[in-house]
Write a protein that binds this ligand. Sequence first.
Ligand SMILES: [Zn+2]
Ligand SMILES: [Zn+2]
Length: 303
Amino acid sequence: MAERIELTFLGTGSAIPTRRRNHPAMLLKYKTENILIDCGEGTQRQFRKASLNPCKITKILITHWHGDHTFGLPGILNTLRLNGYNRKLEIYGPRGSKEWVRKYFDLVGKRGEDLDVVVKEVGDGVVFNEKEYFVEARKMNHDCPAVAYSFVVREKSRLDREKLKKLKIPNSPLVGKLAEGKVVEIDGKKVDGKKLLYREASRKVAFVMDTRVNENTVKLAKGADLLVCESTYSKEESEEFLGKRAHLSSVEAAGIAKKAKVKGLALVHLSQRYEGIPKVILGEAKKVFGKVIIPEDLDKVVL
Ligand SMILES: [Zn+2]
Ligand SMILES: [Zn+2]
């Protein structure tokens, strides 16, 4: 069985919070990794409501430094400090992030120095790389330096446990050799590990937050299992603000999903105007791309 990728939508609103939608924040859990994507005001409260522990955060990916995506950071840093957070906290963000983190630490005060934080400014490319998974960033087109991210679990080969059982192969270090595809001798019989392996497909979740339409969105989201994408405007409003806006509309977000051939689309960063009528956005997007949802705060998706 593949390890689960769990995504919790902590905040699905945009610049102004509503009763139902807090500012942008999402938590992606995979094995020991707990990656927070954006951290709008009140995000630490959303953690509590979702019964999640901010002290388990391993990395924070900031898409850009507009307040609706980052005002929750000083609060969460303060809580981590009070709770004796003892990991190295990695914060990733676009050009200028080091200066922004410094300003936010000034708000936390001198005691913020207790925390071991490393800030990495990213552009186009892989931003961190582990054996089984990696995160890639691409530059976006907004009113300030901005990036989008994708989290990718690599394709891998796994041992078929059922086949092992049928061959009555006992648990021993030899099983590890089989998992590497090697031939081993068990009870005088040669067993070829390659014949016991199967391929587990790679998985990808892409996060496109505030941006104008640009080619990098499609490149980043290509083939994703899930694209989480901002959809601030309806089609009609989008035409009204044409040329003035730095955001995507429902149909633009759906167009990116279609072009990138993703398997599913989740629309977030909804304007407060759609508090009671997200169906307007949903209906418009559906005409372009069928597999679309509009998650509510604290909704969870498992991949
Ligand atoms: Zn925003
Ligand atoms: Zn913004």
